[in-house]
Each structure stands twice: as C-alpha cells, then as structure tokens.
Design a protein around this ligand. Structure first.
Ligand code: ZN
Length: 243
C-alpha cells in the first residue's frame, strides 16, 4: 500500500452559494475538487473554508498536511497574517502547495513569490486552449498535448512572477492572449505548483484533464520522507565526544 498523502483543500467559499457558481458546483468548488481528487485512494482529504474558525487551518491541520490546495479571490486580505505565516513556514519545511486560479493574488502566494503576481484578465467566457510544454513532467502525466476549456476567464501576460523553475502548461485564449498556466517553484524544502483554470462561474473543475492535473500535482508536490530536516547544532558523527 502506497503511503497516504494528507491533502487539505482551502477555499474562501464566498462565491460558492451564488447561482453562477452553484450551477456548476452544487456543493462548492472545494467539494468539486475533492471529488476529482478522491478517485485516488492515496489521498486523505480535509476541507478548510475561510468561514470556519481559524479559516479551517488550525495548527493541527497545517502540521498534518502534506499538500495544500488554495483557492481564494476577493477575501485574500481577510486571511489573518498569523495563519499565512504558519502556512508559509510549513511550505519552507517541505509541505507542497498548489495555488489555483485567482489564488495568484493570495497573501501566501505573493509572500512565497516576492513579486506583485499581477496579470491581465477579462471575464468574457473566452475559449482557452491549454498546451503542454513539458510532456515528460510528472504533472503532465496522462495529459494530451493540448486540450480546450470552452469557457474560462482570460488571464494574460505579463504574469508578474519570478521565472518559474519549470513551465508545464501554457494557455492561448480566443482573445489572442497567452499565459503561463502551469508553473513550478521551490521555496525552502517545499514544492509549489501554480495552476491557472478555475474561475468561479466556469465549470473547469468538472473537466477530466484539469482534475487529472490536480491529482498529478498532489503526487508531485508531496514531500518525501527526508524532506523535513532538522537544523541547528549537530554533534560530530566521527567523534561523538565533540559536542
Ligand atoms: Zn476568476
């Protein structure tokens, strides 16, 4: 039996009770993502929403999470700094983080990137064509060379992020724009994946390829046994009397 991966899905859960969201996600976006992930028996999934006490991100939840998914949009600034700092520390120690769509402006993503993370956008139900530009990457496993989402919000370059460690997907939109839609980063011992689709009024989290990317990303970002290191004073291995 493969090791279980503890996943926490954080959702701001603000749009999710509105008609434009409910028609695609009757139980909220977090539950659509959960449904897409839980077909993999390796995943142990916890839901955290911003309306829960401590945003659902208690010390116990954070410290037991291997990979956190983050969806937020208009209430980024209402996530308390002390919670963001704890998530940030956990990423530096080794926790994986998958930042979704408008999470590009979340406190945690901006803190990890150190840049403005701004971009161009337009809500006009553009067609989005996804291209895989890194077909041997584990996150692209089982994803065709290209697939389309018939309606999505447009995100366009320039995307104000540091140069990604790896680029896995790029998008083209029917308005003519392009965007770096699947980017990996490492900060400390943690792996971070930014994945673009997932506007609240579009059904992208029902798309089989989008959900497959999320499952792949959870496996990729999951820390290895040796990831969580001990730092500080260290006794000599060769001369135990040397302290
Ligand atoms: Zn959006």
């Amino acid at each position: 039996m493969e090791k279980k991966i503890n996943i926490t899905i954080f959702n701001e859960n603000y749009h999710d009770s509105n008609d434009y969201c409910v028609r695609h996600y009757p139980n909220g976006m977090h539950n659509a993502i959960k449904k897409g992930l839980e077909v993999d028996p390796c995943f142990n999934i916890t839901i955290a929403t911003q309306d829960m006490e401590e945003c659902g991100l208690t010390d116990e939840v954070i410290n037991n999470t291997d990979v956190m998914f983050w969806w937020g949009h208009i209430k980024h600034n209402e996530v308390p700094d002390h919670i963001v700092n704890k998530v940030h520390q956990r990423v530096l120690k080794g926790m994986g983080l998958v930042v979704l769509h408008s999470g590009h402006f979340s406190k945690i993503f901006k803190k990890l990137m150190g840049t403005g993370c701004d971009l161009k956008w337009r809500c006009s139900n553009d067609k989005e064509r996804f291209w895989c530009v890194n077909p041997s990457h584990p996150i692209a496993n089982g994803i065709p060379q290209q697939f389309t989402l018939d309606q999505e919000e447009m995100y366009g370059e320039h995307f104000d992020i540091p140069a990604p460690d790896e680029l896995v997907f790029i998008s083209w939109f029917s308005g003519g724009e392009v965007f770096r839609s699947g980017c990996t980063f490492r900060r400390g011992n943690g792996k971070i994946f930014y994945f673009r689709p997932g506007h609240e009024s579009c059904p992208s989290y029902n798309n089989e390829y989008v959900l497959k990317v999320l499952r792949n990303a959870a496996h990729w970002a999951c820390p290895a046994e040796a990831t969580f290191q001990h730092y500080g004073k260290f006794d000599s291995l060769e001369n135990p009397e040397v302290q």
